[in-house]
Design a binder for this molecule. Structure first.
Ligand SMILES: C[S@@+](CC[C@H](N)C(=O)[O-])C[C@H]1O[C@@H](n2cnc3c(N)ncnc32)[C@H](O)[C@@H]1O
Length: 178
């Protein structure tokens, strides 16, 4: 991957998010010429997804776990074998802000790396590769087993976070009634 002459296609469902992003990069003549902005729902992208070596998925594309998994399944269906998916996840109490994506949620992908920052950066990063490309299927099951081990604690934390979210929603509901 050569970032210096890579071309970036940015897809956002919200036109105003695209125009803010386009303004942000406009001062960099080189980069802005390699950035293209498309206002579209990622769930409507099919064939065009096959053309990308790397897909970056933002944290809030899929506001909860169920929606997020639908997006991941859609990407798995349409990305090219061997292409890389980099997505943002969360860890521990940061699950209040962003959905947690666990390695076991990435069906059809080989999880390469999971990084949970311990500083002020909020999002974790999960890097994976769509299965089916040349020479990458050999020890997939080992990776998936290792990844599932990694996932165990996240699952427990997720259950706790979901319970807390429900309690907060109940409080909010009670406040509206009073
Ligand atoms: C947290 S922001 C991402 C900000 C920034 N692009 C990043 O990754 O750091 C999430 C963005 O995803 C967009 N989004 C949410 N659902 C989407 C979908 N189904 N298709 C395309 N964009 C979507 C929102 O409009 C919002 O601009």
């Amino acid at each position: 991957m050569v970032v210096d002459d890579s071309i970036f296609h940015n897809f956002d469902i919200d036109a105003s998010a695209n125009s803010v992003a386009a303004r942000l990069v406009s001062s960099d003549t080189d980069l802005s010429q390699r950035m293209f902005f498309h206002t579209v729902d990622v769930m409507d992208l099919t064939e065009s997804l096959k053309g990308f070596d790397v897909v970056f998925l933002a944290a809030l594309v899929g506001m909860d776990k169920k929606e997020k998994i639908k997006v991941i399944e859609h990407l798995e269906k349409h990305m090219s074998p061997g292409a890389v998916l980099m997505l943002r996840s969360a860890h521990g109490p940061r699950a209040f802000l962003y959905p947690i994506v666990e390695p076991c949620d990435l069906q059809g992908f080989q999880v390469l790396s999971v990084y949970h920052p311990t500083d002020e950066v909020i999002n974790s990063i999960v890097i994976s590769r769509k299965l089916g490309g040349d020479g990458i299927n050999g020890d997939v099951h080992d990776h998936i087993d290792q990844a599932s081990d990694l996932a165990c604690n996240c699952s427990k934390i997720h259950v706790i976070m979901n319970k807390k979210k429900n309690i907060i929603e109940e409080f909010a509901g009670e406040e509206q009634l009073t």
